[in-house]
Design a protein around this ligand. Structure first.
Ligand SMILES: N[C@@H](CCC(=O)N[C@@H](CS)C(=O)NCC(=O)O)C(=O)O
Length: 202
């Protein structure tokens, strides 16, 4: 089994942290996007979208989409559970993970994609949309701060994939200048906690 990785990617980081939390050691292959390695025929044959992360199993099966990779690892290595225990908690983790993806991570990725120099000439950038996404991300952070009041984690009282998605989103935010405002004390306390985990820099 090997993980096709993009070290700076928030989506790849989600999977790396998940793997580390499970205590697994999966070899990684760093794909050099700057050199276009992900657009070469051999990579496209494995993942026609040319994106990372991608997990290749020993029988050659390729799984893409960070959440699908995490799902596979959860099923094959259930302990410690990172996707909830029992039907209700599993649904809550799914719900919050999806919220973290759509409401926090996606706007921050859009800020990066539409305002950062790195993407100039690579794809069409709409700077104004990037700025709208910046405002959206800040509004969603204020929302999240209220939601997690009194909690140490995004869902109930244990660390889950929803925390991983949210923490990777905030790391991405820092890279594009969207920092959590100081007055959002619940998020700041939660982020300090998850960032102190030994797996945070996986
Ligand atoms: N929905 C996918 C997104 C994967 C994705 O967009 N990966 C980016 C890095 S964060 C990538 O590989 N981009 C390369 C490209 O678009 O050329 C997931 O969750 O894994």
């Amino acid at each position: 089994m090997k993980l096709y990785d993009l070290p700076a990617s928030p989506n790849a980081r989600r999977v790396r942290i998940f793997i580390a939390e499970k205590g697994l050691e999966i070899p990684t292959v760093a794909v050099d996007m700057a050199k276009g390695e992900n657009k070469q025929p051999d990579y496209l044959a494995k993942n026609s979208l040319g994106k990372m992360p991608m997990l290749q199993l020993d029988d050659g099966t390729c799984i893409t989409e960070s959440h699908a990779i995490c799902r596979y690892l959860e099923e094959t290595h259930p302990e410690p559970p990172l996707m909830g225990r029992g039907p209700v908690e599993r649904a809550q983790v799914e719900m919050w993970n999806r919220r973290m993806e759509l409401e926090i991570l996606l706007p921050l990725i859009n800020v990066f994609a539409h305002t950062h120099e790195m993407w100039k000439g690579v794809h069409t950038q709409v700077g104004e949309w990037g700025e709208v996404c910046r405002e959206t991300a800040l509004a969603r952070l204020a929302w999240l701060d209220g939601e997690i009041a009194g909690r140490n984690f995004i869902v109930n009282d244990s660390y889950s994939v929803a925390d991983i998605t949210a923490q990777c989103a905030l790391v991405m935010g820092k890279a594009v200048g969207v920092r959590v405002p100081e007055n959002l004390s619940n998020i700041n306390a939660w982020f300090a906690g998850v960032s102190a985990r030994p797996t945070a820099r996986a």
